[in-house]
Design a protein around this ligand. Structure first.
Ligand SMILES: [Zn+2]
Length: 398
């Protein structure tokens, strides 16, 4: 704990500087979330970087109670939250700019045993949302662009939480944004503002629900509609109707596999025959941490000799056939990375619908669609290209 901040009555200007410093640390690390978590006598601050939680360096690893309280009050004020209310959950947001760093921050509070915890979700303005930088292979990129150029259909992005589905959908919208298209979206919440896209957020304060927005958007003469997530029968039904009536619809579902997504749709009561005819492309996606180019080490002969699974040998054979020499590496550590990794990239498996796949979906014989092996294969190819590690692929494709 720095002596600069009095544990009894921290001066306001120091709290302002402390907030700046905290967000600067998060910006430098490329954090996606900040967690201010009360302990019995103090508060610890952690951040999520590349999908994993990490304790901040001192003085932010643990702040004394009164400093922490002042910081929480400052963040709640900035977020336009009620500072006199600390028991009920609250949400708020604000924008932050420090030098060349700009960030949209969504703040949520939730009281627990030791007090109020704040979680800040950080959306950095310079986030990369170009379609060709998401991690798609050249062939996959061509497939996605071809499907995006069609005037109607349904593109469904699947993957677990934190697999980059939303960013992928944003990158698709950014790719097709043009004066001749009316692009609209219903989101809960809007994570990144896109110029040229009419984005509408759910607002519980005025009882504006996801499904109300969807129905209103359909009356706004849309060409392309993005629905943040298919989560219930109503949203799936509206999505289906939109795709059936000459719109291109992009949406996502929190599932681990393509077959699981189909089971979920059926469970929601969706007409699977109609759904099968609307679907044009299903994507299954993960985000893997990238090995740091400064310090990664080639796998040794003994490490390679231990890789004897049929899946690995098959990936090596197919990689060599398609791309040439392999260069699998393992993480090390250096000053410019954290544990041998720096940044993340998407690993994608794509399934373009054809007649036989439509039959499988319509008849709910979806096991044959399960592409989880596909996303693992794509991940292992990334390992063989030296972009990520086997451990990382195993971590995200369990
Ligand atoms: Zn490194």
């Amino acid at each position: 704990m720095s002596d600069t901040f009095s544990p009894i009555s921290p001066p306001l200007n120091n709290i302002i500087a402390l907030t700046d410093q905290l967000l600067d640390v998060a910006a430098t690390a490329g954090a996606s979330d900040l967690h201010l978590e009360p302990l019995s006598q103090s508060m610890r601050i952690r951040m999520r970087v590349d999908g994993l939680m990490r304790l901040l360096e001192p003085p932010f690893d643990q702040l004394l109670g009164s400093v922490a309280m002042a910081l929480v009050v400052r963040l709640k004020l900035l977020s336009d939250m009620d500072i006199s209310e600390s028991r009920r959950p609250q949400d708020g947001s604000f924008q932050w700019q420090l030098n060349d760093k700009q960030v949209d921050i969504r703040c949520s509070s939730l009281a627990g045993q030791w007090g109020e915890k704040l979680v800040l979700r950080l959306h950095w303005k310079q986030q990369n949302i170009e379609l060709n930088e998401q991690g798609l292979s050249i062939k996959q990129l061509q497939i996605v662009i071809r499907q995006l150029s069609k005037p109607q259909g349904l593109i469904l992005a699947t993957g677990p939480t934190g697999s980059g589905k939303t960013m992928f959908l944003y990158s698709c919208l950014k790719h097709i944004e043009a004066p001749h298209l009316n692009i609209v979206s219903a989101e809960d919440p809007i994570e990144i503002g896109l110029e040229g896209v009419h984005q509408v957020a759910v607002n519980t304060n005025i009882n504006l629900s996801f499904n109300q927005i969807l129905r209103a958007l359909l009356r706004q003469d849309p060409d392309v509609i993005m629905l943040g997530e298919l989560r219930d029968f109503d949203s799936a039904d509206v999505a289906l109707k939109a795709a059936q009536t000459g719109h291109l619809l992009l949406t996502s579902m929190h599932t681990h596999s393509i077959s699981e997504a189909m089971h979920r749709c059926h469970g929601l009561g969706v007409d699977m025959l109609a759904f099968s005819y609307c679907l044009s492309l299903i994507i299954n996606q993960r985000l893997v941490r990238q090995l740091c180019d400064q310090c990664k080490q080639p796998m040794t002969q003994s490490q390679l000799a231990a890789m004897t699974s049929a899946e690995w040998l098959d990936a090596v054979a197919t990689y060599k056939f398609s791309f040439g020499a392999v260069n699998p590496c393992v993480p090390a550590s250096c000053d410019s990375c954290h544990g041998g990794y720096r940044g993340r990239v998407g690993v994608f498996d794509l399934m373009v619908m054809d007649a036989s796949k439509r039959d499988s979906v319509a008849q709910r014989q979806v096991h044959s669609l399960d592409q989880n092996f596909g996303v693992r294969r794509q991940g292992l190819w990334r390992v063989l290209a030296g972009h990520t590690s086997v451990a990382e692929v195993n971590r995200v494709t369990w």
